[in-house]
Write a new protein. Structure first.
Length: 237
């Protein structure tokens, strides 16, 4: 099965799950993007998008802006997924915020911050705000972002999907690829439909799924495997 078929199958499962647990959100799934618009994203950002993400855009070019008061909840655990134009705009803004800081952009410092519970890392991701190896694909309130991570930490998968909550200093690898993210989400929607208490989703019928989906709130002080043997360094000393 090729990337197109796998992504289409995953989206079919997501749509089926939403139809069972949050049917009002289905109209928020956007129409397909045209191939030239997807190509333009790659040109504008000087990246090659993962094939499965390109295939996903050819099914849904993002999602509509939710309006809980009008019965239009978000179909995803964010305010919305970006369309091709917004991917370019927001990723450029993300990159504009990149200011290399050698004294801080250091695994030894990250290990210290994790130990002190000032930084929360779930998986092989470098916690660098504005890192040029990321493509921003959705957000909630401008604080929580989903990224395609094209330059992961050791042990990561190029193209993995990362959730970043800048305010809470938490970085969670949600899935090794966009397809696997959709499958994970579909499985949790199906589980929610069968037994809400065992699903990791929390769904508000007016707003949509809570953005905490995919996070690990009990990680305080726990280093990810790729930082486990790194000697910590206090950047304040």
């Amino acid at each position: 099965m090729g990337a197109d078929e796998r992504v289409r199958e995953a989206w079919t499962r997501v749509e089926g799950g939403l139809g069972r647990v949050l049917p009002a959100s289905l109209p928020q799934l956007a129409a397909p993007a045209e191939v030239p618009a997807i190509d333009a994203v790659e040109v504008a950002l000087a990246v090659s998008l993962p094939e499965d993400f390109r295939a996903s855009l050819r099914i849904h070019d993002g999602t509509g802006w939710p309006d809980p008061g009008s019965g239009r909840p978000s179909p995803v655990p964010l305010d919305y997924l970006y369309d091709t134009d917004q991917i370019v705009k927001t990723t450029r803004m993300w990159r504009d915020g990149y200011h290399p800081e050698p004294d801080w952009d250091d695994p030894q410092v990250w290990a210290h911050l994790v130990d002190e519970e000032q930084l929360f890392l779930n998986g092989p991701v470098r916690p660098v705000v504005g890192a040029p190896g990321a493509v921003v694909v959705g957000d909630l309130n401008g604080d929580v972002h989903w990224l395609l991570d094209l330059d992961p930490a050791p042990g990561g998968t190029p193209r993995q999907v990362v959730r970043v909550d800048i305010e809470c200093a938490s970085w969670d690898v949600l899935a090794p690829s966009w397809t696997q993210l959709l499958v994970r989400y579909a499985e949790d929607l199906e589980l929610f439909a069968a037994d809400p208490d065992t699903s990791t989703l929390t769904i508000d019928q007016h707003a949509g799924p809570a953005c905490e989906w995919g996070t690990s709130p009990d990680l305080g002080g726990t280093r990810p495997a790729w930082l486990r043997d790194v000697q910590a360094r206090d950047p304040y000393r």
